[in-house]
Design a protein around this ligand. Structure first.
Ligand SMILES: Nc1ncnc2c1ncn2[C@@H]1O[C@H](COP(=O)(O)OP(=O)(O)O)[C@@H](O)[C@H]1O
Ligand SMILES: [Mg+2]
Length: 240
């Protein structure tokens, strides 16, 4: 597929990108700032339409899927998703009004948000300020993840959405997703190699192109951005 933000733009922001994601798998996306990662995932719920090529979900071109249905099936958690003023329960149930408390408990457990709720004097009924001003960045991110899970989308996209969460919690969230949401396709954009290294497939993006792809073991063996990042983030590569 090819995508550029405006017709006048000379360069494509996404250029000749092609990949397949098996349903239920986890895909990691790594790349420098400005390489096109956020743009790429925003094409899935059609926040923008591609200029050429096609995107298929279950073999159906997304242009032929009702836009509201498409956006229900594709959940996205951003680095700075917003919480509104209201109770935690109201915030979590935003996309799924009929969710039960048991469902809330499960998604909070997966998103590592249970301890946040437990610490609140009023639990789920605790009132939070506009933008979640009385919560830390990591707490907000975990609640936003729980909210996205409650919608039970087919595809869940995390765009730098655990950046304020410590690495141990980040790992627990990914493990929970794998265990409790095996049928959901997960796409994880991250700065930390740790966040993607257990993914089934990792795409390395440079200037709008997929320059390498494979699992962690394959990518660390190749010279390139992935291996460089891994080494600068404290990884060790066995020389053969
Ligand atoms: N809404 C937009 N309109 C025009 N250009 C944009 C827009 N959003 C991003 N870009 C440009 O597209 C390129 C890729 O950006 P982005 O997808 O945000 O990269 P990443 O998420 O990897 O940091 C950048 O050059 C950026 O300036
Ligand atoms: Mg981005």
């Amino acid at each position: 597929m090819i995508f550029r933000y405006s017709e006048e733009a000379k360069e494509n922001v996404i250029n000749d990108v092609s990949f397949k994601i098996p349903s239920g798998s986890t895909v990691g996306i790594i790349g420098a700032t400005g390489s096109g990662k956020s743009t790429l995932v925003q094409l899935i719920p059609r926040l923008y339409n591609i200029n050429s090529g096609e995107i298929l979900i279950d073999n159906i071109n997304i242009e032929n899927i009702d836009i509201e249905l498409l956006r229900e099936e594709v959940g996205m958690v951003l680095q700075k998703n917003t919480l509104f003023s209201g109770t935690i329960r109201e915030n979590l149930k935003w996309g799924n009004k009929s969710a039960t408390d048991e469902e809330l408990d499960l998604v909070c457990n997966i998103a590592q948000a249970t301890e946040i709720i437990n610490k609140m004097p009023n639990g789920y009924d605790e009132y939070i300020e506009q933008g979640g001003a009385n919560l830390s960045g990591g707490q907000k991110q975990r609640l936003c993840i729980a909210r996205a899970l409650l919608k039970k989308p087919k595809i869940l996209i995390f765009d730098d959405s655990t950046s304020a969460v410590d690495t141990k919690t980040d790992e627990l969230i990914r493990r929970g997703l794998k265990t409790y949401m095996p049928e959901t396709t997960k796409i994880i954009i991250a700065q930390r190699i740790l966040s993607v290294q257990n993914a089934d497939i990792i795409l390395v993006i440079e200037k709008g192109e997929v320059v390498a792809s494979g699992n962690h073991e394959t990518l660390v063996k190749q010279e390139g951005l992935y291996r460089d990042l891994y080494l600068t983030q404290g990884g060790v590569v066995d020389e053969e």
